[in-house]
Design a protein around this ligand. Structure first.
Ligand code: 4NP
Length: 157
């Protein structure tokens, strides 16, 4: 629920099995380390993987550097997410467009994650799903950069 003292953030990608669960896991660990109390979740605009765990390639790359995705289960975005979360952050413009269509005119206005986090480039989080193992390692590094920016923004209040 929306509360200023304990902000809530929903990360959104397409399948909710690669990018957004990764960013959620990185943010979960780093916010805890930074002593920030933030409610974190993720979901997808698509429904193909609902109920499934994170992509095994994403799990491998994330867990190799200590981000645990074992308990993640994919879910699809819902209209009431826009009233439940203070920030709804899309991984790329396609997902931002899908969120804007679903939202209508009420609730939290979705934004691009990397832009919101102050990352100048890239502002689109590349989808590693159809690529090679290197893409998943790059995704971890980009998630860390984004979460660094997220923490800086939350600290500013
Ligand atoms: P994600 O990656 O949006 O980062 O979870 C994808 C996962 C699945 C598909 C595409 C992207 N898919 O086409 O099934």
């Amino acid at each position: 629920m929306k509360r200023k003292d304990n902000p809530s953030i929903l990360f959104v990608c397409l399948g909710n099995i690669c990018r957004s669960p990764l960013v959620e896991a990185v943010a979960r660990r780093r916010c805890a380390e930074a002593g920030l109390e933030v409610a974190l979740a993720s979901c997808g605009t698509g429904n193909w993987h609902v109920g499934k765990g994170a992509d095994p390639r994403m799990r491998r790359a994330a867990e190799a550097v200590g981000y645990d995705l074992a308990s993640h289960r994919a879910r699809q975005v819902r209209a009431d997410d826009f009233s439940a979360y203070d920030w709804v952050l899309a991984m790329d413009s396609d997902n931002l467009e899908a969120l804007l269509s679903l939202r209508g005119h009420r609730g939290t206005e979705p934004e691009l994650f990397l832009r919101w986090a102050g990352v100048a480039s890239p502002q689109e989080f590349p989808d590693p799903y159809f690529g090679d193992a290197e893409g998943f390692e790059e995704a971890v590094a980009l998630a860390e950069r984004g979460v660094d920016g997220l923490i800086a923004r939350l600290r500013k209040g």
